[in-house]
Design a binder for this molecule. Structure first.
Ligand code: NAD
Length: 483
């Protein structure tokens, strides 16, 4: 594998994401030789850490995620890390950072290549981008930036942030990361749709009755109450992960597999996305909040949450496209906290056909994303012991040995950033459409709040959300497949 020369700067080097995801992923890429002799990583944060202390943290992060580690490799890898105490709002600190990056570039022969990673609270993204530009932190080689979610709070703030970032970076060099796009089964949607005649030929409103996307979390808001209360499930999960999954399910087949063709196919689809009216929002969307139990807080009692908050911890809704292979097919989604179990899955519900046996089931296709990775198709056959039809699953799954080899989403996506492949990142034009849709719902909800009639329904923890989510279907014969 190519040894890519680069100086990487991580804003938020003492944070949870850097520790749990970025350092282990970088170590794996180092072991594969993608980054090796000619790289340096600068971790920045406010704390007064030393280079040595950061290196210890990096080693700990690798040990925590790996059963076995070659200690010599790890020591050598960690020696490429440098710490810079840095307050993102202090202009002088960018001068120091620029100087350190230049020194490390000379030392490691990094050819002026820079990779900036925004692994901090989103409210700082704009400030960092502005100072990268003002203080000329970019190098003479490639300059790429990875931006964590959420990218903006609504369309207006996303546009402002985008402007701040594009002052220093071209669209092709901006990697808006959505770690769901690094998941094995999300990356499997396109191959599954486009390599199987059995599936490709039925991918239309003639055969598909509806599509259902469920991203269920078992955990509550935990320590993130303060942030979550300003966001809610719609912004936190639908604006990014759910929309990316829906786009992969509904887009036309791209002309090619390169990044430009895949993004073009996504844009062609999204141009025809139907933005809901306030009446649609009332009818097709449900927002909910979890109640407490003997052992758990209700959402409104969580630390740093406004007790009168209307923020939703659950949302269910519907998306439709006017064009594309599944034009007119309802795509239902739901996501929430404190649901029965952690489960990310997609159900493609096929229409029934008239048949002489009368009682056949629909051929549903299910893609399980987490915690297991598998695809199964329900098919009908004859019963052995008595007349009638029975249902079985045909399953596509991985062995345990294969599963061990599946790289973490962050490792995959960081690899793609190094090799400059933005296929599995969010293009600005996609993000813009997602925000247009989300803003339409948020505006309608805001109006309900303002007239004192917020319809935020309560739900019991550790079930599948509020019963009202069963009422968004277009016909009485539709229901959630995963109950
Ligand atoms: P965190 O709170 O653990 O870390 C934030 C980092 O920013 C720390 O290093 C902190 O020292 C630093 N910081 C805060 N204020 C600063 C300032 N004024 N100047 C300099 N440094 C400052 O947050 P996190 O969980 O690591 O999340 C970072 C980003 O990654 C967020 O955008 C989040 O949405 C995203 N993200 C995190 C995860 C995860 O698993 N943690 C998953 C997906 C996305």
């Amino acid at each position: 594998m190519k040894n890519i020369p680069v100086v990487m700067i991580i804003f938020g080097g003492s944070g949870d994401l850097a520790h749990r995801k970025l350092y282990p992923a970088l170590f794996n890429l180092y072991e594969q030789g993608l980054i090796h002799d000619n790289f340096a990583v600068i971790g920045t944060a406010r704390r007064p850490w030393s280079h040595e202390y950061l290196r210890e943290q990096v080693s700990d992060a690798v040990h925590e995620t790996h059963d076995t580690v070659d200690e010599n490799d790890l020591k050598e890898f960690a020696s490429h890390f440098y710490y810079q105490s840095h307050d993102v709002t202090n202009v002088e600190h960018y001068e120091t950072l620029k100087k350190l990056a230049q020194d490390l570039d000379d030392r490691y022969c990094a050819r002026g290549n820079r990779l900036f990673y925004m692994a901090m609270a989103p409210r700082f993204f704009g400030t960092i981008a502005t100072h990268i530009n003002d203080q000329h932190l970019t190098g003479s080689g490639f300059n790429r930036i990875v931006v964590e979610k959420p990218f903006g709070h609504d369309l207006a703030s996303a546009e402002k942030l985008n402007k701040e970032i594009t002052a220093s970076f071209d669209e092709d060099d901006i990697f808006r990361i959505d770690h769901y796009l690094g998941k094995e089964m999300v990356q499997n949607i396109m191959p599954m749709r486009f390599t199987n005649p059995l599936i490709k030929n039925i991918w239309s409103g003639d055969y598909i009755k509806n599509i259902q996307v469920t991203l269920a979390e078992r955990l509550g808001v935990e320590a993130r109450g303060g942030y979550y209360d300003t966001s809610g499930a719609l912004r936190d999960m639908v604006q990014n992960h759910i929309f990316q999954i829906i786009t992969l399910l509904a887009m036309p087949e791209p002309k090619d597999l390169d990044s430009a063709s895949v993004h073009q196919a996504k844009q062609d689809l999204l141009a025809s996305m139907i933005i809901p009216t306030p009446e649609d929002v009332k009818k097709d969307f449900v927002r909910g909040k979890y109640l407490g139990s003997d052992t758990t807080f209700a959402y409104k009692q969580e630390p740093n949450v406004d007790p009168n908050s209307n923020t939703e911890t659950f949302v269910a809704g519907k998306v439709k496209f006017a064009k594309g292979p599944v034009a007119g097919v309802p795509i239902y989604f739901r996501t929430g906290k404190e649901l029965r179990e952690k489960k990310n899955r997609i159900d493609i519900v096929l229409k029934h056909i008239n048949n002489l046996y009368g009682q056949a089931h629909s051929n549903n296709i299910t893609i399980e994303i987490d915690p297991e990775s598998k695809i199964y198709i329900t098919i009908n056959g004859k019963r052995i012991d008595q007349p009638g039809i029975r249902r079985e699953n045909l399953t596509y799954a991985f062995s345990k040995a294969e599963m061990v080899k599946v790289p973490d989403g962050y490792e995959r996506l960081l690899h793609d950033v190094f090799v400059n492949d933005s296929t599995n990142f969010t293009h600005w034009s996609e993000l813009k459409r997602y925000w247009e849709f989300i803003d339409a719902i948020e505006d309608a909800w805001q109006k309900e709040n303002e007239v004192g009639k917020p319809k935020v329904v309560q739900y019991l923890p550790y079930r599948m959300g509020p019963k009202e989510a069963n009422n968004i279907f277009e016909s009485l014969t539709e229901h959630w497949i995963y109950e």
